[in-house]
Design a protein around this ligand. Structure first.
Ligand SMILES: Cc1cc2nc3c(=O)[nH]c(=O)nc-3n(C[C@H](O)[C@H](O)[C@H](O)COP(=O)(O)O)c2cc1C
Length: 425
């Protein structure tokens, strides 16, 4: 089964109606491009350069399907056709440089910024959307924050909304979409038994919890076309207690999404909380050391308790799940043995050797995230098998920046210094 999808780094791959020129992709990281008319230019600045240097596929960082539900102020909303269409010139420029581009779609659910970012929390128009009532251990943090458990019909409407946005994405020229369905986002809150205690058709067994994905897949096929590349992330969860999606559950979900017609799957080990387990590495200190971040944090979370909760989450992630090269290896290798759709690898992949190893282990596409911030041209070096080490030190100083609405960039002064030195060589 794996053989059909495995390939070498320079071999093209077909995913739905998209043909991707090679097996290297830029994993979704936020650019902080926001929601204004300037968003296309902000994306183009990074993504066109990545394409020019040879990356096969760019997965644009998460964009929100509704006007409320972003997890950070710099996230783009794609809640109207007009907002999606204004990204079309950037999409075209990426493609003219030879790369394909997918749009990642998501919603923060109970972790939307309307929950924790004071100016947005006080201006919010409605309650936070949730799969189930808040678990007891989150209640102190969410005191005074209204939460609405989505009804069965509302879940169906949400699936239809994913279909509409996919249709707009296709019209704007995007080669496909990815569902942001891991990392404690709203879809993950449905998939995960840690959050989902529903008693309707979207709760109960693993298959019923995951069936929201089946509905979305159907809506995307109906509204954007059955051949439009529709891909998905699937979580294996790290949890301090309580029920959670295990590795076996993640593999079962990979088999289900194949059965439901998804064109590719990215299995990832993530926390049940929105912490740095997603990117692994150090607990970022840039909350304190970067003056712009410190002042934004103060405005976002004026109460000391809220600030302490946010920063504790960062420390928790780095302690619980430290950086390991290619940390999702076991998961994506097992997934590639069990499904015949392309499996995407991501997480701590840095060297050309590691990229080749991932491909040999069954991954169809290999993704790199954070290092692109400091090295927009890194795809050229990976594709040329240049063993020079990546500059990224996994300090995660970029994480608070994107949480607080700053531009996606490397915020590690030592790394930026090295990048400048190299540019002068
Ligand atoms: C600042 C930042 C923003 C991210 N944004 C997203 C996102 O929007 N959607 C997503 O699925 N993953 C997101 N990720 C996770 C990355 O796609 C990637 O899985 C993770 O950073 C591990 O890969 P790396 O070690 O190559 O960076 C983000 C990570 C970082 C550090």
């Amino acid at each position: 089964m794996v053989d059909a999808m495995t390939g070498t780094l320079h071999q093209p791959l077909r995913i739905g109606s998209a043909t991707i020129r090679n097996r290297l992709y830029r994993a979704p990281v936020l650019e902080g491009a926001g929601d204004s008319d300037a968003a296309a230019d902000a994306y183009a600045k990074h993504l066109v350069e990545n394409a020019t240097h040879g990356v096969g596929l760019v997965i644009q960082g998460s964009s929100c399907i509704w006007p409320e539900g972003r997890t950070s102020p710099g996230m783009t909303c794609v809640d109207t056709r007009e907002k999606v269409m204004r990204l079309a010139p950037m999409v075209e420029a990426v493609q003219q440089a030879g790369a394909s581009i997918f749009l990642q779609l998501g919603h923060g659910g109970i972790y939307a910024m309307e929950a924790w970012h004071e100016p947005y929390a006080s201006a919010r128009r409605g309650p936070l959307l949730a799969a189930s009532p808040l678990p007891w251990f989150l209640k102190p943090q969410f005191r005074g924050v209204p939460v609405h458990v989505m009804t069965t019909d509302e879940v169906k409407d949400m699936a239809a909304r994913y279909g509409d946005v996919a249709a707009w994405a296709r019209e704007a020229g995007y080669d496909g979409i990815q569902l942001g369905s891991a990392n404690a986002k709203l879809l993950d809150q449905f998939l995960s038994p840690f959050y989902n205690r529903r008693t309707d058709e979207f709760g109960g067994s693993l298959e019923r919890r995951a069936s929201v994905l089946r509905l979305i897949r159907e809506a995307v096929a109906e509204r954007a076309g059955a051949d439009y590349a529709c891909t998905v992330k699937v979580p294996a969860e790290v949890a301090p207690f309580g029920p959670h999606a295990t590795v076996d559950d993640a593999l079962a979900m990979c088999r289900l999404v194949e059965e439901w017609g998804f064109d590719a799957v990215t299995p990832v080990e993530v926390s049940v909380f929105p912490d740095t387990t997603l990117s692994r590495g150090d607990a970022p200190d840039s909350f304190r050391t970067n003056a712009a971040m410190a002042s934004r944090l103060e405005k976002a979370a004026p109460s000391r308790l809220r600030r302490a909760t946010l920063t504790a989450g960062m420390r928790w992630g780095s302690r619980r799940a430290p950086f390991r090269p290619v940390w999702n290896r076991v998961l994506f290798t097992a997934a590639a043995e069990q499904v015949s759709i392309p499996v995407f690898a991501v997480g701590g992949i840095r060297t050309p050797d590691e990229v080749h190893e991932c491909l040999a282990a069954g991954a169809a596409m290999v993704g790199i995230g954070r290092p692109f911030y400091a090295e927009p041209d890194l795809s050229a070096r990976i594709l040329a098998d240049d063993p020079e080490a990546r500059l990224c030190r996994n300090s995660n100083k970029c994480v608070p920046a994107q949480m607080l609405g700053m531009r996606g960039a490397c915020y590690n002064p030592a790394v930026n210094k090295q990048a400048k030195q190299r540019a002068r060589r």
